[in-house]
Design a protein. Structure first.
Length: 419
């Protein structure tokens, strides 16, 4: 007996209605904002992620599925979506033209981590990337897009937190001050953060360990170290968010541990959920294109959101579509050919129709019709058939009448009666 591999799941029909709701909402908003869909390969050269995510991160060191192909090239099944989209942008410039380029993706990602509720080894991610402008309005637009998506999906109690990480001009001074601060509290940090302190001090502020949170409670704020242009940019982002009617709060502890991130970073969170309170996250990554081999700096900002985690937060859906609009019931096996012919006529006309092919009892067929969610049941009986009629049962009203078969088909196809 084979089962789904650990950390994966089958997306069964009962959850598909929610998936359709969420993805349809996302794609409608993408169209409204001018984003175009992009599909990248499920696997890429391993170096793409080693350079973009960082060789010392947990994702690269512990979680990537990397394998050699027959030619000996090292390939990685993608753990996230931004780096492949940037690679495709640099390679082909999809959607390039006058003005910013807006791209979005929806697809599976893979990370070898400990499976838990809302976090799987194969999961799906939706993301959007905006290339070609470092204007603060682009940052505000991205956050407004995500705010509208989460509200439209039905998620409540979400708040937006924003921060600025500065740029290569002003961040080194903050790094030096933060490193000095952390060195004085080395004994209070967890083992991981003691290792991070020298290599990547910003990541210590992102640690969810209670001891590290307490040890860094009064850590210096990066906002106090911003240079003039970065300070002005952040103020303009906050002003644009306010003018767009998007509520937010500052969170100076929100960081990204990679050097290619610049200025704006943001998260949508649900307070009170502890370490797993982040719903979606994003930021400006103006340095990534050059890190991946681009000849020039490409300003960009984007976000990603895990679909499974979002569905978990939304809870069980009750809007599953019925399996059929019409269910056809037969009183004997001899009537199956006629019922099947009528069913196929309805399907060809765009009507969802179903029937029982096994000729089970009437009670069993009506029970299945009820479970299907059908609004109408057509009953094919021998007596009615001799009169060229069928039983037409309105399931909502609980009323059944005998009408000519052709009249029943006209009703179900929405075609008015002739004459």
């Amino acid at each position: 007996m084979y089962r789904a591999p650990r950390g994966t799941q089958d997306l069964l029909p009962e959850v598909q209605a929610q998936w359709r709701h969420v993805t349809a909402r996302a794609e409608a908003l993408c169209k409204l904002y001018g984003y175009q869909r992009i599909e990248t390969p499920v696997f890429e050269e391993a170096g793409l992620f080693q350079r973009s995510i960082g060789s010392t991160t947990d994702v690269v060191e512990k979680e990537m599925y990397t394998f050699p192909d027959r030619s000996g090239e090292s390939l990685t099944v993608r753990p996230e979506g931004t780096a492949p989209v940037v690679r495709a942008f640099l390679d082909r410039r999809p959607g390039a033209g006058e003005g910013p380029v807006r791209l979005y993706y929806i697809g599976p990602m893979f990370r070898h981590e400990r499976p838990q509720k809302g976090r799987m080894r194969q999961f799906h991610q939706m993301g959007a990337e905006l290339f070609g402008t470092d204007a603060p309005y682009a940052d505000a637009e991205t956050m407004a897009f995500l705010h509208g998506f989460l509200a439209g999906a039905g998620l409540r109690g979400v708040s937006l937190e924003v921060n600025s990480l500065g740029d290569p001009e002003c961040r080194p001074a903050y790094h030096a001050r933060l490193t000095e601060y952390l060195a004085a509290r080395d004994g209070q940090l967890c083992d991981d953060c003691r290792r991070r302190r020298e290599r990547n001090p910003l990541r210590v502020l992102d640690c969810k360990s209670e001891r590290c949170v307490r040890a860094t409670a009064d850590a210096p704020s990066i906002l106090d170290f911003l240079c003039g242009p970065c300070r002005d940019h952040f103020a303009a982002v906050e002003s644009a968010l306010s003018s767009a009617g998007v509520p937010f709060s500052r969170n100076p502890r929100m960081v990204r541990g990679l050097d290619y991130y610049r200025r704006t970073t943001f998260e949508f969170v649900i307070p009170g959920m502890g370490a797993q309170n982040t719903v979606a996250a994003g930021g400006r990554y103006d340095g990534l294109a050059q890190l991946l081999g681009g000849k020039e700096r490409v300003p960009a900002i984007g976000f990603a959101i895990g679909v499974e985690r979002l569905l978990m937060l939304l809870g069980e859906g009750d809007d599953a579509s019925p399996a059929a609009d019409v269910f056809l019931v037969t009183t004997s096996a001899a009537l199956l050919p006629e019922a099947f012919r009528r069913k196929m006529e309805l399907v060809a006309a765009g009507v969802r129709a179903d029937m029982d092919y096994e000729g089970r009892s009437l009670k069993s067929q009506f029970r299945r019709a009820d479970r299907s969610g059908a609004k109408v049941v057509l009953v094919f009986g021998e007596e009615e058939g001799r009169r060229g009629a069928v039983g037409y049962r309105d399931m909502a009203k609980g009323i059944q009448e005998e009408i000519p078969a052709e009249e029943a088909m006209r009703r179900l196809r929405g075609v008015p009666k002739e004459g």
